[in-house]
Design a protein around this ligand. Structure first.
Ligand code: AMP
Ligand code: ZN
Length: 474
């Protein structure tokens, strides 16, 4: 039975889907004005894990992720998401291209890294700019029910009209007023924009590139609105799971809940899953602090993208992960060892040796761990126990490849690649290895050592295992 920590109730709960077969999952995706960093990807990795675990539990998953390509203002760094510049337009001005080009460029870059990390492709990636009509319709529903008001810069959601604002969500207390520039025209500090008007021609701010007609005037949607409009369009007015980074608990998600539930009169989402941050030297990794690494930075240093995935798996998703290169090194070493070990196993198809008596237990313990609120570090431990166990390798690999449906470490392909590469070790090197083996059997260890050094000089590594020595390219 899958158990998940639900931020809404602050409890570990047994997961009960709305439909017995299909689970709806919505993930808050990237704002595509810059490259996503490895902190952002930790959050998408958590959503990915959740989806894989749901699938392993035999659910069909309707997975939707949004791409914010309009309306995310710079003010949210200061605590007010309705003030400041539109991130897309700001980057466009800086980089000398159109806001649409900026969106396309960073969306493509995001997709590339997403794929390199082996993250599950959602059934739908949905763009805010493709759903302007749905967002306007949602504002109209809210307007009809008396939840909106108009001030000079836009249409706002009146939180005082929504009795359960914040309380229903029971999410973190919504901090306001601290470092925030507050829009003085708002009725309540926590009210938020549903629609922002484009600056007037006389304001001197220049014309926006991304703007649309609406019943209230030309403008663009508020940031929170897209997630309500698009998730409800594709997953229904009430759906199972909503994910995002822990920062979204304070404003973005309570606002999504308020505007969705005010419009429908129904519960919006049953389970809220929030992933903790990646830190660097104790500080949150972020685009604005300039302390972030992109996947590309790691690749340039010779890291495999999946080493990052392995690193993510080692820390529970609700715990902060302090990023260091030493920990990434260790993750990469462990992962390579895993691929290497498995490459020496026989082909699962070729093995019909029976399973050991206790063999089945590994899968049970593994499943217990992943179903316990995605305890992946424990699951990794079980995986290693299996790898090191004395069970027949064919049977071990069958189970391991199944576990990898959740782990996502590409074990089958990578170990096979190593096997293939080793298969093409030239005959003269293999002959040298056989010679060395013979010397060892004859206990002429000094000569055997010299033989090994000779092989290594030619660019190959000799590995001594239980079943004898093997040689592979260095
Ligand atoms: P953004 O592109 O800024 O809208 O952020 C996209 C996602 O990444 C959101 O779900 C954020 O909560 C999450 N996020 C931002 N910074 C970090 C971090 N340092 N560690 C983990 N997740 C993060
Ligand atoms: Zn969102």
């Amino acid at each position: 039975m899958l158990k998940l920590y639900n931020s809404l109730t602050r409890k570990l709960e047994s997961f009960k889907p709305i439909s017995p077969t299909t689970v709806g999952v919505y993930a808050c995706g990237p704002t595509v004005y810059d490259f996503a960093h490895i902190g952002n990807f930790r959050t998408y990795n958590t959503s990915d894990l959740l989806v894989r675990v749901l699938k392993y539990n035999n659910y069909d998953v309707d997975y939707v992720m949004n791409l914010t390509d309009v309306g995310h203002l710079t003010g949210d760094n200061l605590g007010d998401a309705d003030l400041g510049d539109d991130r897309m337009e700001k980057t466009a001005a800086k980089e000398g291209r159109s806001a649409w080009e900026v969106a396309k460029f960073y969306t493509d870059a995001f997709f590339k890294d997403y794929e390199l990390l082996g993250l599950t492709k959602p059934k739908r990636f949905v763009r805010a700019t493709d759903h302007i009509r749905e967002q306007i319709e949602l504002i109209q529903r809210l307007e009809e029910k008396g939840f909106t008001y108009i001030i000079t810069d836009g249409i706002y959601f009146d939180t005082s009209q929504f009795e359960d604002y914040g309380a229903l969500s029971d999410l973190d207390k919504i901090e306001q007023g601290a470092r925030i520039q507050i829009n003085k025209d708002k009725k309540n500090k926590r009210d938020f924009a549903l629609w922002k008007f484009s600056p007037s021609a006389s304001s001197g701010q220049g014309k926006r590139q991304m703007e649309w007609d609406s019943p209230w005037g030309v403008g663009f949607p508020g940031w929170h609105l897209e997630c309500s409009a698009m998730s409800m369009k594709y997953l229904g007015e009430t759906f199972d799971i909503h994910t995002g980074g822990v920062d979204l608990k304070s404003t973005h998600h309570p606002n999504e809940i308020a505007q969705s539930e005010a419009a429908t009169g129904k519960k919006f989402v049953n389970y809220w899953i929030h992933g903790a941050f990646i830190l660097v030297a104790g500080e949150r990794m972020s685009k604005s602090l300039g302390n972030n690494y992109k996947l590309y930075d790691l690749q340039k240093e010779g890291y495999d993208p999946l080493a990052l995935r392995y690193l993510y798996l080692q820390t529970h998703y609700r715990k902060e992960l302090n990023f260091t290169f030493a920990s990434l090194d260790a993750a990469q070493t462990a992962l390579k060892k895993l691929w290497q070990d498995v490459s020496s196993w026989e082909d699962p198809a070729e093995s019909d040796r029976p399973l050991e008596k206790d063999f089945k237990d590994y899968e049970e313990v593994f499943m217990e761990a992943v179903n316990d609120d995605l305890n992946m570090s424990k699951a990794l431990g079980v995986m290693w126990e299996l790898v090191k166990s004395d069970n027949p390798t064919g049977a071990k690999s069958r189970l391991l490849f199944k576990m990898d449906e959740i782990l996502g470490l590409d074990i089958k392909n990578r170990s096979f690649e190593i096997k293939k590469e080793e298969g093409v070790v030239p005959e003269h090197i293999k002959e040298m290895l056989r010679e060395r083996e013979k010397l060892r059997r004859e206990k002429r260890f000094n000569l055997a050592d010299l033989a090994r050094k000779k092989i290594e000089k030619l660019g190959y590594i000799v590995e001594d295992g239980k079943k004898g020595a093997r040689v592979r390219k260095a």
